[in-house]
Design a protein around this ligand. Structure first.
Ligand SMILES: [Zn+2]
Length: 326
């Protein structure tokens, strides 16, 4: 009989789940807002989602090889819990033990970017690739890496936190983690508005007021979101073009650091900022990455698995990498 697994993606806002066969074909999908009522509420929601995914295909939960939970970190993969997670307001969220007790199947917890890189390797653009890095630019910036065929995990499962590499030694912007000059503080979806406001404050006020970007936010820079900048760029706004280019250079520095450290033959990129603005993000990286790399530049592309790359990885963790997470 064909092996089946359930995959869960626990993000900042949404809980998504899939039921998959061993070839990575999703038989059923589900998406809900995360119930942040309590730690236990999150567990109950995951259990309920997996049961209803199985029910919808008349599969017994006990027939699953296991459940993979890909989550935003930080986490402790050995204890199976989130520890001071960025987007969930509890200091500790135990997951693998309580979910496993309810469902009676093995449960594995892994960082969502770690999940993404194995999802890419098993079911996406990285098939047969032994040196592969996945980079996400979404609400935050993160990564997952396979080097010489080995998945990098670190002591707690939070290796490859590349969003906190320094790309601006002058440290003009402070990161959500509290430190200065980090890549994520300049280029993530959440922080691009801070970067834009900082740059606009240094520019000629009249020029700023005349810009399409200023009009898009009706003069209220506090209401600025990253998509305003990309939309104004696409409409030809000169000021926005300049700022998107500057963000592109920071991205190129970040990617060049990844190339220098891991020497991958393929980098795939995902996350909402990349997926919504492919050209505007990828082009400056292609143009500038060579200014900062010592190692040979690898192929750099957008993940074909789109926003489901983490779910593919959650499933791959159960079906192909369970030995790593035991
Ligand atoms: Zn940081």
């Amino acid at each position: 009989m064909e092996k089946l697994a359930a995959g869960i993606d626990l993000g900042g806002t949404n809980l998504r789940g899939v039921l998959s066969n061993e070839r990575g074909n999703f038989l059923a999908r589900s998406k809900e807002k995360i119930d942040l009522g309590s730690e236990r509420a999150i567990v109950e929601q995951i259990v309920k989602m997996i049961c209803s995914l199985c029910n919808s295909k008349e599969v017994e939960v006990s027939a699953l090889e296991g459940v993979g939970i890909a989550s935003t970190g930080p986490l402790d993969m050995h204890k199976g819990m989130l520890v001071n997670p960025t987007n969930i307001p509890f200091p500790k969220v135990p997951l693998t033990r309580p979910v496993g007790q309810e469902l009676g199947v093995p449960v594995y917890l892994l960082n969502d970017c770690t999940a993404a890189v194995i999802g890419e390797r098993e079911f996406g653009a990285g098939k047969g690739v032994d040196d592969l890095v996945y980079v996400t630019i979404g609400t935050g910036i993160g990564g997952g890496a396979i080097v010489d065929g080995h998945l990098l995990l670190g002591k707690d499962g939070n290796a490859v936190e590349i969003g906190h590499m320094v790309v601006d030694p002058s440290g003009r912007l402070k990161c959500g983690c509290g430190k200065r000059g980090h890549w994520e503080a300049y280029c993530s979806g959440k922080n691009i508005p801070n970067f834009v406001r900082m740059r606009l404050a240094k520019m000629d006020k009249r020029k700023v007021k005349k810009s399409l970007l200023f009009k898009h936010v009706k003069g209220k820079l506090a209401a600025l979101r990253s998509q305003h900048l990309f939309e104004a760029d696409r409409a030809g706004d000169e000021l926005s073009l300049k700022l998107v280019e500057e963000i592109g250079v920071f991205n190129a520095i970040g990617i060049a650091n990844v190339v220098n450290v891991y020497d991958p033959s393929l980098i795939t990129m995902g996350g909402s900022v990349v997926l919504k603005n492919r050209e505007l993000i990828m082009k400056p990286i292609e143009e500038h990455v060579g200014d900062y790399t010592r190692n040979r530049i690898p192929r750099i592309s957008v993940t074909p698995l789109l926003e489901e790359v983490g779910l593919y990885g959650a499933v791959a963790a159960v079906l192909r990498y369970s030995y790593v997470f035991k």
